[in-house]
Structure formats: structure tokens, C-alpha cells
Design a protein around this ligand. Structure first.
Ligand code: ADP
Length: 185
């Protein structure tokens, strides 16, 4: 499923494994300690190999972890990409603790890093909607709007792909994308 913007930029939704999709930059749903976790983070480290964690060890030694809503950059090891942007999503605490702003900030930060690294294609997982418990029906429109806004602006990114692991997550993003499409028309 795809949304083509007036400026020719494309936002695409696919169901699948983010470690199998070739792009310039893969966004990871990391944790604030920048230590390996399960879910998409575990899959990225398994497929990418130990070089990614070795680089995160150096980043951790230099600056500690990473703030929620922000991201750090590593190379992509054996993944079919140049970079991994490790974004730290919010843990869902009921929705009144700034979660929406922090979630939007993850996607905005990743798109800013993409522009800084001259990235043309970027992939995203559904940040925070796994172990971190963010309701996907609420996360999907926040994620998609943040990326659409960045694609409308000055950016090297031509294609942004959301790689959604399971059917329910894909369906939630597909519904949110249809609402955004209607609001653009
Ligand atoms: P968080 O801690 O930010 O919630 P999770 O990794 O637990 O991160 O979940 C985020 C989303 O990533 C979930 O929808 C989960 O199903 C999905 N996911 C897990 N493995 C992969 C993968 N290999 N590719 C893409 N998405 C994945």
C-alpha cells in the first residue's frame, strides 16, 4: 500500500521482516540503555551481527544511553543498509505522560538524521507498539503523520517504508494511512 505525495515522495506500507528489506537506513526500536532487547531490536542485532552492538558500546561509553524520543546512528553490519538509526520510543503509561510527543519525536529525529546522512530510502518498524505497550491504533496516525510531514519538507528521502511485522499492525497502519490520504485530498 502506498501514498504518493504531490512532490513525488512515496510512503509505503508492507507487512514483513524489516531486516529483509534493502534501504539506506533502517530505524530500530531501541531502549534507552542502548542494550540489546527482544522484538525488532533482537532481530536487527541477530541479522546485523556483533559490529552494531560494538558500536553502541562505544556510544554508551561516550554519552551514556539515549533519551526517549531521540536516536543514535550506527553502521548496519550485515544488514542490507548503510545505517541503523536506533530510536528510543516511549513506554506506554496511559497516554498522559507525553507519550504521543515522544513517539512523534522518534520519527522526526529519524527523518532529520536521514537528511543529515543523505539517505534516500528509510524503513521504520512500529516503534513502541510491542513490549512498550503503545496502542497501535493511536501510534499509527502519529507515526505516519510525522513521516508525511518530513517528506513534504526539504529532505533527501524519496521513499519511506513502514515494515509491519504482523497483520493486525499492518491493518492499523493501513487504516491510518487512508485517513491521512483523505485529509490530503
Ligand atoms: P517496542 O519495545 O518499541 O515496543 P518491539 O520490538 O517490542 O518494540 O515491537 C515493535 C514492533 O516491531 C511490534 O509491532 C513487533 O511486532 C515488531 N517487530 C518485531 N520483529 C520485527 C521485525 N523483524 N521486523 C519488523 N517489525 C518487527
Amino acid at each position: 500500500m502506498e501514498l504518493r505525495l504531490a512532490n513525488g515522495k512515496t510512503l509505503r506500507l508492507v507487512q514483513g521482516d524489516i531486516t529483509r528489506v534493502a534501504v539506506d537506513a533502517i530505524v530500530n526500536a531501541a531502549n534507552a540503555a542502548l542494550r540489546g532487547g527482544g522484538g525488532v531490536d533482537g532481530a536487527i542485532h541477530r541479522a546485523g551481527g556483533p559490529a552494531i552492538m560494538a558500536e553502541l558500546d562505544r556510544i554508551r561509553a561516550a554519552q551514556g544511553g539515549c533519551a526517549t524520543g531521540s536516536a543514535v546512528v550506527t553502521a548496519a553490519g550485515n544488514l542490507p543498509a548503510k545505517y541503523v538509526f536506533h530510536a528510543v520510543g516511549p513506554i506506554w503509561r496511559g497516554g498522559a505522560q507525553g507519550e504521543a510527543e515522544q513517539l512523534a519525536s522518534c520519527y522526526r529525529t529519524a527523518m532529520r538524521l536521514a537528511a543529515e546522512h543523505d539517505v534516500r530510502s528509510i524503513s521504520f518498524p512500529s516503534i513502541s507498539t510491542g513490549v512498550y505497550g503503545y496502542p497501535v491504533e493511536q501510534a499509527a496516525p502519529i507515526a505516519l503523520r510525522a513521516v508525511v510531514e518530513a517528506l513534504k519538507g526539504e529532505t533527501s528521502v524519496e521513499t519511506a517504508i513502514f515494515v509491519l511485522f504482523d497483520r493486525a499492525t499492518f491493518d492499523a497502519y493501513a487504516q491510518a494511512l487512508e485517513s491521512i490520504r483523505a485529509s490530503l485530498e
